[in-house]
Design a protein around this ligand. Structure first.
Ligand SMILES: Nc1ncnc2c1ncn2[C@@H]1O[C@H](COP(=O)(O)OP(=O)(O)O)[C@@H](O)[C@H]1O
Length: 283
């Protein structure tokens, strides 16, 4: 983790993957040779695992929800670059006016800014003794993935997938409590199965009564902006699937429904189902 911190201290304002790699060529980790297929992670105790994971997935798929649940289970920090950007925006710091224009149009922030924000977050965590992480929302471009690859050995990339029809509805239904920061969703999604494709029901994820009056909607969760974010995702971020697939690191996971159906299946796919049971029994 120290590597990415130093990356930013030394990187030039316009970071390119080649520049980053040349700064850290002596530190680059050994990468697994490309494999045809991803094999599920070996069934070993999570404390023996190198949890340096990335979550990929379209806006609205639920990356934040599942990444944060897994982080609670595994005791690693959930680092969402979207949260870092929103925090910077709210702080009204020097970058905020520049950022609000970009974010509110659904565009991507420059690699330079995002890497600076991420590096600061990693450095703060390092000074508190954090180890491991799940990255949510980073990398989002091939350039970001190459920079990351030059400094950190990512162990696993989970690619969450959901029917396109549900994504827009989930973004538009998203609500955040402006006091506790909790994420909720008021959308009730009921997609009928057609021509052999399965239907899907996702119940709303309603907030507790004390959050009800404090719910806010993200400024970039309007229909036009969500459509633009989906377009940019398909164009710029989707190529990362092949990037990680070719390295044998990609775990594809089709969400079968809401949290009650999807969470146990995700744990199974990650070989963490035993771990969850042991933890629940010990709680
Ligand atoms: N890795 C990144 N690269 C560039 N911009 C980013 C990155 N992560 C977050 N952002 C900015 O923050 C916004 C919100 O990010 P996020 O909460 O991850 O959105 P989404 O719900 O679309 O996945 C993005 O639309 C983008 O402007």
């Amino acid at each position: 983790m120290a590597a990415i911190t130093r990356l930013v201290k030394r990187a030039s304002p316009s970071i390119s993957s080649t520049a980053a790699r040349s700064l850290f060529c002596s530190e680059s980790s050994s990468h697994a040779p490309p494999q045809e297929h991803f094999h599920a992670p070996p069934r070993k105790d999570p404390k023996d695992r190198n949890v340096q994971w990335v979550f990929l997935g379209c806006p609205g798929v639920g990356k934040g929800t599942y990444a944060s649940r897994l982080c609670n289970l595994l005791g690693v920090p959930h680092i969402a670059t979207g949260d870092l950007v929103r925090h910077e925006l709210a702080s009204k710091g020097p970058l905020s006016s520049q950022l609000s224009e970009i974010v509110n149009q659904g565009k991507l922030v420059s690699d330079d800014i995002i890497i600076r924000l991420l590096s600061k977050r990693l450095a703060d965590g390092e000074s508190k003794g954090e180890s491991g992480f799940i990255l949510d929302g980073f990398p989002r471009t091939i350039n970001q993935a190459e920079i990351l690859e030059g400094v950190i050995d990512i162990d696993l990339v989970v690619n969450l997938k959901l029917q396109e029809e549900a994504l827009l509805a989930k973004c538009l239904g998203r609500r955040i409590c402006n006091q506790c920061g909790g994420n909720f969703n008021v959308a009730s999604i009921d997609i009928k199965g057609e021509n052999g494709s399965p239907g899907m029901f996702m119940a709303p994820l309603l907030p507790p009564a004390n959050c009800m009056s404090k719910l806010i909607t993200r400024a970039d969760d309007t229909e036009d902006v969500v459509k633009e974010r989906l377009r940019i995702y398909n164009e710029t971020t989707q190529p990362l699937e092949e990037f990680y697939r070719s390295r044998g690191k990609l775990l594809e996971f089709n969400l079968p429904g809401g949290i009650p159906e999807s969470w146990p299946k995700l744990l199974q796919a990650l070989n963490l189902d035993d771990y969850d049971e042991k933890r629940s029994a010990a709680a």
